[in-house]
Design a protein around this ligand. Structure first.
Ligand code: HEM
Length: 252
């Protein structure tokens, strides 16, 4: 269909979405960049780029409902940094959300990282060994063996994060009010090493824009605080049966 569009039958050949860009690129190398390859690229982007950020924002909203003081602190930081707006003036607010303003939202950045520590969008990362190897503890891995690291469990381990590992505490990421990243080998939510997530900075920027907008205009509460919220076992970490919240307009 999109090939058909690009032949000029539709939209004057001026599509600028990611599939069209890959289709144009594939003309240089049609053998390798065949339809199967293009299908995999698009699926990869859908899983890598949409479910991860959307899921993280859902867990973030859940954690804000569970921690109303943290929710207020984020709203306050956003208001002080970006400036307040008239009720419902979303466009006016987004125009003020410049790159510089996003950079200053250090507590929000910490809260999103803390969300990913407790609810990593990719809870288990599976790899397979391309050659024989020996792990640091002496365990022998054979070529072709599957090797998993469980990011979800690592984020909750007391010997990695301390006795308060189970607590949602964005402050652990801040030093004198400035966000300090952890080693990706301690916090592998975006993986570590040469195959680190390519969209990490993009994901933070996107999540900060949405989170800033939502927290400054609305206050969130769980619809039924007695209902247990848990995850669904999938490739990415979804909330089982979705998150049911009430959003109340803030008086700005
Ligand atoms: C909260 C948001 C995100 C998280 C937690 C996340 C996490 C990850 C993880 C763990 C991997 C490694 C997977 C593996 O090799 O087993 C990965 C890879 C990747 N991610 Fe993300 N991701 C996020 C958002 C995004 C976004 C928004 C994009 C693109 C717009 C993106 C693009 C990619 C790509 C292209 C790779 C493959 C990199 C490679 O293999 O060289 N990610 N991501």
């Amino acid at each position: 269909m999109r090939r058909h569009d690009l032949l000029g039958f539709k939209n004057n050949n001026r599509k600028e979405d990611i599939l069209s860009r890959f289709l144009l690129e594939s003309k240089k190398n049609p053998e390798t960049m065949n339809d199967r390859y293009l299908r995999d690229i698009i699926l990869n982007f859908m899983f890598a780029g949409k479910d991860t950020t959307a899921g993280t924002l859902s867990w973030f909203t859940y954690l804000l409902c569970k921690h109303p003081l943290i929710q207020e602190k984020i709203a306050q930081e956003v208001k002080e940094t970006v400036g307040s707006c008239e009720k419902g003036q979303f466009t006016q607010f987004v125009e003020k959300l410049t790159e510089g303003a996003l950079e200053k939202l250090q507590y929000l950045h910490a809260a999103l990282s803390e969300t990913l520590r407790l609810y990593p969008a990719v809870p288990i990362d599976r790899q397979s060994a391309c050659k024989d190897d020996i792990l640091p503890d002496g365990f022998k891995v054979k070529k072709g063996d599957g090797v998993n690291h469980v990011t979800y469990a690592m984020g909750r381990m007391k010997y990695i994060w301390g006795d308060d590992a189970e607590d949602f505490r964005p402050g652990r990421w801040l030093h004198d009010g400035v966000f300090r990243p952890e080693s990706p080998f301690k916090f592998p939510a975006f993986h570590a090493g040469p195959r680190t997530c390519l969209g990490k900075d993009f994901a933070y920027r996107q999540m900060k824009i949405v989170a800033a907008l939502l927290t400054v205009f609305f206050r969130f509460n769980l619809k039924d605080p007695s209902k247990e919220v848990t995850y669904k076992t999938m490739l990415t970490l979804h909330i089982d049966q979705g998150l049911h919240v009430r959003a109340v307009h803030r008086l700005l």
